[in-house]
Design a protein around this ligand. Structure first.
Ligand SMILES: *Cc1c(COP(=O)(O)O)cnc(C)c1O
Length: 385
């Protein structure tokens, strides 16, 4: 049976018959794995070989994520950032050229600037809105084009199919950080992506208690990814994996609510005099709304706003007194978050065209009207400060 997505979320990676009929997979704690014979030691022809290489607990989540993303296979990493760094190391070598979106998650950028450049890889940032124009930047040494859509602070939605066509025309690999939409609202492999990255820490986990990443690839990109992942020694703990296996079963209902509340907050904020713009791809006035509508099937709960010019004291009065919105990094959990961001300081290929303070919001699963009341009280403090 060809399963629809909400069914897949329930069935992916589960095989109760292999485990006494128990609904969820067991949590295997393992380092040593025994081999029955000398022959088995020499061939390593058994599914589980060593704890670092994964156990049936690991394989259950890897299978589930591969199925949801629509790729060939997946690997887990100890953080979302480790998924980015492992994927890049797997497909780049000294002398290669990497095209990296200027809107990329800042720690991914630091890895490129501080580590990849030391190994002789030429890192070039490009305008996330370049689309098919990326072809002009591709050189014979260009091996990877890295995308993130939308950017997790500034929310440019990249034209993935156009960039994929240019990459594949030049024998380069297209990587995408697909964390914002999760595998539910964007299907990377249907749009030409070769290597898709998830910060599992965010929505797949969904409960703000696990750090994890996943790399999913096409069959063609698999062997090199697997070899480098194995060589780097990155592995993931079974209890964390179990928490994510539990978290993904409710992903469809959680994301729907994150989307609904996020849109309600975004529309309310758009009408506020303290807000100069709301940066949310699902709003019709977003510059990339048409691309989002063409390629994505939903929006998560993460978006940004730009405030009118204000004093630091007014900003602090607004943020410090919030009761429901916590101030902290990461997102994708059940709770609402807000954090100031400074995109103008980070970019090199493009200029951030805004002067007001950017605040990034994550719409959690609280009652939307309570969240609005929290923000409304904040704006009152903003004016009296
Ligand atoms: C959070 C995040 C990451 C990194 O994930 P960690 O698990 O925090 O290392 C990577 N990409 C994006 C878009 C993110 O938001």
């Amino acid at each position: 049976m060809k399963k629809k997505q909400d069914t897949l979320i329930v069935t992916a990676g589960r095989d109760p018959e292999a485990n006494f009929g128990i609904v969820n997979p067991p949590v295997y704690h393992a380092s040593t794995v025994l081999y029955p014979t000398l022959e088995a030691v020499k061939t390593r022809a058994q599914p589980v070989t060593y704890g670092r290489r994964g156990t049936p607990t690991t394989f259950a989540l890897q299978d589930a994520i591969a199925e949801l993303e629509g790729g060939y296979r997946s690997l887990l990493t100890p953080s979302g950032l480790a998924a980015v760094t492992t994927a890049l190391l797997a497909h780049l070598k000294s002398g290669d050229h990497l095209l990296m979106t200027d809107s990329v998650y800042e720690p991914s950028r630091q890895f490129c600037d501080k580590v990849l450049t030391r190994y002789g890889i030429d890192v070039e940032y490009y305008d996330p809105r370049i689309g098919a124009g990326i072809a002009a930047l591709i050189r014979p040494e260009t091996k990877v084009i890295f995308t993130e859509a939308p950017g997790s602070v500034t929310f440019e939605v990249q034209d993935i199919p156009a960039i994929a066509a240019a990459a594949h025309g030049a024998d380069a690999l297209l990587m995408m950080d697909n964390t914002w939409a999760s595998p539910l609202y964007f299907k990377p492999f249907e749009h030409g992506v070769d290597v898709s990255i998830q910060a599992v820490t965010k929505y797949l986990c969904g409960h703000s208690d696990v750090m994890m990443g996943a790399i999913t690839t096409t069959e063609a990109a698999w062997n090199e990814t697997l070899a480098t992942h194995g060589a780097l020694g990155v592995c993931t703990g079974p209890d964390d994996i179990y928490l994510v296996l539990r978290g993904i079963r409710t992903l469809s209902v959680r994301l729907e609510r994150h989307m609904e509340t996020g849109l309600k907050l975004a529309r309310w904020l758009a009408a506020r005099p303290e807000v100069t713009r709301v940066i949310h791809p699902a709003l019709p006035d977003h510059p990339d709304h048409a691309i989002w509508k063409r390629d994505f099937t939903g929006a998560s709960g993460l978006f940004s706003i730009e405030l009118i010019p204000c004093s630091e004291a007014a900003l602090a009065a607004f943020l410090d007194g919030l009761e429901l919105f916590g101030m902290g990094y990461s997102w994708g959990g059940f709770e609402s978050l807000i954090i100031p961001q400074y995109p103008a300081k980070i970019r090199t290929a493009t200029k951030w065209n805004g002067t007001g303070q950017i605040l990034r919001l994550h719409a959690g699963l609280e009652d939307a009207d309570d969240l609005i009341a929290d923000l409304e009280a904040g704006f009152e403090r903003f004016h009296t400060a």
